[in-house]
Design a protein around this ligand. Structure first.
Ligand code: 5AD
Ligand code: FES
Length: 361
């Protein structure tokens, strides 16, 4: 009896925390940790997050055409399938011409944002990337260009911005330094990652951070730190998806993250940053056939279908069983449109900048 009452009290406490977060967009670290440990009010949280999302973005879903430009990477992150040490990975790099063709095809399919993502491949020097960005902007002046090319110098980020790049995605991966060091080899540094995010912000990009849900050694505490970091950094975008093991990495035998916790965190992030552009990720669609729909219903408002040439898709394998590797761009585009319609949300043809954005270029 006594025990039951205590449980009810904590559940009431949890609901109160959700109300408080909805009102103030801020909590103490320990409060975030409680919300992560006790997820009994998940339904309330999802309702609140969905209401906030609908107030700001309606039932619109923004689409980004993802072009995976290279799987060559100098890094060796323990979780990632395209890490340098993976000898079995069949390496490729798209030519400038191929990338421009992907964009043209994407434009015809209604995409108004192109995301150039790749491993840290030295071939993509500032000169090459700037030329590409200028060319894409010239061909499609009404489109946004998002880069996701890892850690670079401030000068490099500045040059690419000056060439016309609008946004940059660089997941922080974890806001806990000790945790970061368990996911990465000693050559990589948490401090440099954070330096990159700050530089990107100062330069004027719309900046995206993010992390994997259920990565090895993650705890309620480290997730609370991620939420506090997001609250303080106020990213324009936030990419979160479940960790999914890749068979040729040191984390091959680790369990995947869950849909339940990923959706719960998407809802929390929506309440922390009401305007944030929040993708329902491919990784979420990989661990659950309706994962992306569930992410949207939890408060996400972006999907990122693949625009890479079919011939290379299977090779950009960050984790096992990645979906959409055998489908044409047009198929993915239509598939997602139908999936969104099935939950009464609508894919729109728009750049999809964060609410309130003024172009600094
Ligand atoms: N599972 C899920 N996400 C992964 N990423 C890399 N490897 C994996 C994996 N095994 C994510 C990282 C990276 C982004 C491009 O993909 O968070 O920042
Ligand atoms: Fe690629 Fe459905 S989104 S096949």
């Amino acid at each position: 009896m006594e025990e039951k009452r205590t449980a009810e009290n904590t559940d009431r406490g949890i609901s109160a925390l959700i109300e408080k977060l909805d009102a103030r967009h801020s909590l103490e670290l320990g409060e975030y940790e409680s919300l992560i440990r006790n997820r009994t009010a998940a339904a309330l949280l999802a309702r609140k997050a969905s209401a906030v999302r609908q107030r700001i973005y309606g039932r619109d879903v923004y689409v980004r055409g993802l072009i995976e430009i290279s799987n060559i990477c100098k890094n060796d992150c323990y979780y990632c399938g395209i890490r340098r040490s993976n000898r079995a990975c069949d390496r490729y790099r798209l030519s400038e011409q191929e990338i421009l063709e992907c964009c043209a095809q994407g434009y015809a399919l209604g995409f108004r944002t192109f995301v150039l993502q790749g491993g840290e491949d030295a071939y993509f020097s500032d000169e090459v990337v700037c030329r590409l960005v200028r060319q894409i902007k010239q061909n499609h002046p009404d489109c946004a260009v998002t880069l996701s090319l890892g850690e670079r110098s401030r000068e490099s980020y500045q040059r690419m911005f000056d060439a016309g790049a609008d946004r940059y995605l660089l997941r922080h991966e974890t806001a806990d330094k000790a945790h970061y060091e368990k996911l990465h080899p000693p050559q990589m540094s948490f401090d440099n990652r954070m330096r990159c995010l700050r530089d990107l912000r100062r330069i004027g990009y719309q900046v995206g951070c993010g992390f994997m849900v259920g990565s090895p050694y993650q705890t309620a505490r480290t997730l609370a730190e991620d939420l506090k970091f997001i609250e303080e950094f106020q990213p324009d975008m936030c990419g979160i998806g479940p960790f999914v093991p890749h068979q040729a990495t040191p984390f091959a035998k680790e369990p995947a993250g869950t849909v339940e916790l990923t959706c719960y965190l998407l809802s929390l992030i929506r309440l922390i940053c009401p305007n944030v552009l929040l993708p329902s990720t491919t990784a979420l669609g990989t661990i659950d056939p309706r994962g992306r729909e569930k992410g949207i219903l939890a408060g996400a408002n972006v999907v990122m279908p693949n625009l890479s040439p079919i011939a290379v898709r299977k090779k950009y394998e960050l984790y096992d069983n990645k979906i959409c590797t055998g489908d044409e761009s047009a198929q993915c585009r239509h598939c997602l449109e139908q999936r969104m319609e099935s939950i009464d949300y609508h894919v729109v043809t728009a750049r999809g900048d964060i609410r309130g954005w003024r172009d600094p270029h």
